[in-house]
Write a protein that binds this ligand. Sequence first.
Ligand code: ADP
Ligand code: MG
Length: 485
Amino acid sequence: MTGRLEGYDAVAEANAQKSVLAIHWSRICERLKAEVGEVEYRTWLRQITVGPVEEDEITLYLPTRFLRDWVRGQYGDRLGTLWHAEVPAIRRVELQVARPAAQPAPEVQDATPAPQAATAPVEPAPPAAAPAVAESPRQAEVRSDLAAPLEPRFTFDTFVVGKPNEFAYACARRVAERPSSPGFNPLFLYGGVGLGKTHLMHAIGAELLRGGKVSVAYMSAEKFMYRFIGAIRSQSTLEFKDQLRSVDVLMIDDLQFLIGKDNTQDEFFHTFNALVDAGRQIVVSADKSPSDLSGLEDRLRTRLGCGMVADIHATTFELRISILEAKAAASGVVVPAKVLEFLAHKITSNVRELEGALNRLIAHANLFGRPVTLEATQDVLHDILKAHDRRVTIEEIQRKVAEHWNTRLTDMFSARRGRAVARPRQVAMYLAKQLTSRSYPEIGRKFGNRDHTTVMYGVTKVEQLMAQDPAFAEDVELLRRMLET
Ligand code: ADP
Ligand code: MG
């Protein structure tokens, strides 16, 4: 794709490149559609047009800066991976803003129906008859930026509730039902990356808009800053302030971004006060609690902590399983429980990664029409799983095995001999032999100072059982995969 043929007519080459790229792109689009779903695809990705390839980089165009930023944030990596898989010479994707000359503006508008509806109440009244094309680029941007569109997938219905997030969920629901109730304003949601903060905020927005009559503005703190700076540049800060202060509910995502941006913080502080004083609802998210957000002005931190502060904790195994079950069911692809367990054990960092892994499996199953198996999972997710792999220790093996058979960890070292404790212990020995470089005597010592012959016996026993009993073999195999480095 990138190699040039000497003496080859440049125009012909450019045309050839274009048509080849178009074929690749249509294949990538099919995949993306399968991965993200029709609605999301139409809302965001259909608007991409393919530009030229230079060296190892392909340029893709989007009609607005906002779309460009969104696509870059949400799909940038995935686009890179898909292009690279399609055309190995392409290693990077550059996203640029450009409205394709041939594309009429209505096409762009029509492609984002949900956002239009969602933001309508907070938009400055546009001259009704003026077609979008007649607007200056700045105006168009201000309008589409005032509030980011809400992701239709992020609703309360699709949010899976478990111990780590039930409090935040309840608070979000409460705010959606009765915004501006005392004690819940502002609502401050915090937690690590990919744990559902944005999802909950969009869910609040969607719920409020469903009820009608309220105007909701949602945007990232970063967007807030860009909008503010843009307003200063174009000397329209007053307009900006008026617009923001006219909403019923203002949601600012990832507030930590404002750390060190003093002017923007100041502006946010004033907006915040004006809205709260006028009885409007504020919802804010951040990666830390207000008191831990050092670098935010004290007065702002104090005010942020004045309403309801709800944290979302790291996921538990149970929650990860529930989320995977829900998402697998929604996809219509049958994913065996063993595969879900495997994923929930392996990918513990956050829901986004878990979801990404599952989506890839599902896309793969759809694409090739093959059932999802443990083997296929290992294959398809090879790169993701590798990134999550660590060196396994005997302690970890003992813990996982005990967990799997519901025995106490201490039974791994104890002198008890009943089969219910001896069998898991033998499996742990077998896995220790398989997955670590420890010798029989060393392993014996880790299992309550047992003799090396006991370990050898245990290992042989497990091998025999695996040969006789496929269900047992599968159990052990699953454990091995989960622990494998
Ligand atoms: P954050 O904003 O905290 O970084 P997001 O809200 O963007 O995280 O969540 C990342 C992804 O994980 C989203 O696709 C979201 O739908 C999904 N997700 C997170 N938590 C849950 C949950 N409890 N139930 C269902 N999906 C979830
Ligand atoms: Mg987020």
